[in-house]
Structure formats: C-alpha cells, structure tokens
Design a binder for this molecule. Structure first.
Ligand code: 2BA
Length: 109
C-alpha cells in the first residue's frame, strides 16, 4: 500500500474529487496554502494498493491543469529598490505536485 499526497489548484479540486468517487478511489481533501504564492490550494491524501497507484496518478494527471497565476508582490532581494515598487508577475502553477510514500501499516478501527 502507498500514500499519494497531491497538491492541486482549487479550481480542479471538485472535478478531481468527483472522479475519485466515480472510480472508487478513497481520498481525503484538505485545505492548504502554497508557501510561495500564499494562495489557497487543495491537498488530497489517497491510500491505495500498489497496483492501483498508476491508476490514481492517471486520474490526477487527467483532471488537473497548469495555469498562470498573478503574483502581486513578488519577493525582491534588491534592497536598493523602493519598497512600494511592486508589480505583478505571472507564475506558472502546475497541474499537480504529487508525492508517493510507502505505508508501513494501515488500520481502520
Ligand atoms: P506555491 O508554493 O504557492 O507555489 C506556486 C508556484 O510558484 C509553483 O508551482 C512554482 O511555479 C512557483 N514557485 C514556487 N516556489 C518558487 C520559488 N522559490 N521561486 C520561484 N517560483 C516558485 P508548482 O511548482 O506547480 O507548485 C504548486 C504548489 O504545490 C505550491 O504552491 C506548493 O503548495 C506545492 N508544492 C510544490 N512543490 C512542493 C514541494 N517540493 N514540497 C511541498 N509542496 C510543494
């Protein structure tokens, strides 16, 4: 058994959870915040048998899109600039950031 941790954009989270339910994939959805953009995103945790991991990853890949997001106050490392000289930049946010971890033990009481 493995644990899939997938961080996705909020816009994709409903479609993805609908697809998980439709395909019998058990998942838990958590509200999360990206450390860089400090914007809300959604983290799914999915425990699944080893032979279902590729299937789960495929569902994630098919239901999550890459988008450009505006970052209004990008961090500046140039301390000679005036602090109010901020301008928006486009940041590409991935379809999904996915970690697959081994599970030592799984219990449901
Ligand atoms: P954020 O941390 O808000 O990052 C949003 C996007 O900003 C990232 O998209 C990436 O394109 C860019 N970015 C992040 N850190 C950067 C930096 N230090 N310099 C320049 N650009 C940077 P993604 O890579 O697709 O990540 C989407 C979200 O997935 C992230 O939101 C974060 O919540 C999570 N994530 C990504 N990599 C992670 C990691 N190694 N560990 C934990 N969470 C991660």
């Amino acid at each position: 058994m493995k644990l899939v941790v997938a961080i996705v954009q909020n816009q994709d989270s409903k479609r993805l959870s609908d697809q998980f339910v439709e395909n019998g994939v058990r998942a838990t959805k958590l509200s999360s915040t990206g450390g860089f953009l400090r914007a809300g995103n959604t983290t799914f945790i999915v425990g699944a048998d080893n032979d279902r991991i590729d299937f789960v990853l495929n569902i994630i890949q098919e239901n999550c899109s890459t988008r450009e997001q505006k970052m209004v106050n990008p961090p500046s490392y140039d301390f000679t600039l005036e602090s109010d000289l901020s301008f928006p930049i486009d940041v590409e946010v991935g379809g999904a950031t996915v970690f697959v971890l081994p599970i030592d033990q799984f219990e449901q009481f």
